[in-house]
Write a protein that binds this ligand. Structure first.
Ligand code: HEC
Ligand code: HEC
Length: 324
């Protein structure tokens, strides 16, 4: 294990691929993590950065979008909060509860250890199809300050209830994009549009309903392009303001099917990543990544759509853990 001093002079341990899962500790099994109230943001220099950071997560496109007020970094007009809902504070919605506590961290996609700022830049590059923010920019420091403030009470390398995906059993069958199209028309189209284009806000700054495919949407190299990442998010959070993790609107199969439809690259085009070197280390490659090679002999199509249980069982049999 490597120990280093981070920019804020706290000692942090680096999560390597090997110690990452072992070291994760569950703080509370019973209750959802309680997010600190914004009224507790301090009234000092740090607090000001925290407030600006929160504003950037919510109004990302206004500040750093294609026509951004302080810089042009994003390639589309999505806001971080479109995915990291309620400014990264909503349970089971890609929140930032334990994020600061878990970085720096080994990342399989790049096959190296990334700082939290590098990880933010990943999202600027992939889902936002943009170019990296300078690490020492006020905007980067503000976003990191906000994420730090949000998770300040989480112990280093800790995990808290509600911070990951809602736990769903894998469907027994492969996800079906054709069935997913019917779910889409029934439950999603009214907001996200017949062509997945979403709906721009009247002031043209960002979206009322963000896009799900097309050239203004996330890249195919984003985490949300992977079925096992995206389906639990949709299950617990969509349709927006109708579904909750406690009262989902879709069945698990419907959530998998509709994401299979959205992320079907044959019918839906989206920006492509600049690099072809993702997941160079095959033993760390997620099983729902849709491009081979893999350590196993399941087809690309099974990796993209499932069924996943067979793949997970195979890895168990050879004494390895399937990544996803
Ligand atoms: C299209 C959806 C989408 C958008 C937009 C997006 N992200 Fe992400 N982001 C994700 C997903 C999915 C993950 C992976 C979450 C996981 O693995 O549980 C992620 C992960 C992260 C992480 C690491 C979280 C952790 O706990 O490991 C950070 C930090 C992050 N995003 C910051 C940002 C910031 C800042 C923005 C805006 C500039 C942004 N993201 C925009 C989807 C998105
Ligand atoms: C009532 C309108 C509405 C409906 C219906 C709806 N959504 Fe959304 N969706 C939203 C809004 C609004 C956001 C952004 C949330 C935010 O910024 O807080 C969003 C965000 C998303 C995102 C993450 C951002 C992105 O663009 O990639 C995904 C994925 C998504 N919705 C999928 C779906 C799916 C799948 C369905 C159908 C099962 C659905 N939504 C139904 C309004 C809706």
């Amino acid at each position: 294990m490597i120990v280093l001093t981070s920019c804020n002079n706290n000692k942090e341990t680096i999560n390597t691929a090997e110690n990452q899962t072992k070291k994760d500790s569950v703080v509370s099994e019973e209750e959802l993590w309680i997010v600190p109230d914004t009224s507790t943001i301090p009234h000092d220099e740090f607090g000001e950065m925290v407030r600006y950071g929160r504003d950037l997560i919510v109004n990302t496109s206004f500040y750093i979008g294609p026509e951004g007020k302080v810089g042009k970094y994003l390639g589309n007009k999505m806001n971080c909060t479109n995915c990291h809902q309620d400014a990264g504070t909503k349970p089971y919605a890609f929140n930032f509860y334990s994020t600061h506590a878990r970085y720096p961290q080994y990342r399989a996609r790049e096959n190296k250890i990334l700082s939290l700022s590098d990880r933010v830049n990943n999202c600027i590059e992939r889902p936002h199809n943009g170019k990296h923010l300078p690490l020492n920019s006020k905007e980067m420091i503000a976003m990191i300050s906000y994420i730090k403030w949000l998770g300040e009470k989480v112990p280093v390398n800790g995990r808290v209830k509600g911070d990951g995906p809602v736990k769903l059993d894998f469907p027994d069958r492969a996800a079906d994009p054709l069935k997913g199209e019917l779910v889409y028309k029934r439950e999603c189209l009214s907001c996200h549009g017949a062509n997945g284009e979403g709906k721009m806000r009247l002031d043209n700054v960002c979206y009322e309903y963000p896009p799900l495919w097309g050239d203004k949407s996330y890249q195919s190299g984003s985490s949300v392009h992977r079925l096992i990442k995206m389906a639990p998010f949709v299950y617990a959070n969509m349709p927006y303001k109708i579904a909750t993790y406690e009262n989902p609107r879709l069945t698990i199969e419907e959530a998998y099917d509709v994401v299979a439809f959205i992320n079907n690259d044959t019918i839906h085009k989206r920006p492509q990543p600049a690099t072809k070197n993702d997941y160079a280390s095959l033993q760390h490659k997620p099983i729902d990544y849709d491009k081979g090679p893999y350590l196993d002999s399941f087809s690309e199509i099974q990796h993209k759509y499932g069924p996943y249980k067979e793949i997970v069982d195979y890895y168990k049999k050879i004494g390895k853990k399937a990544n996803y």
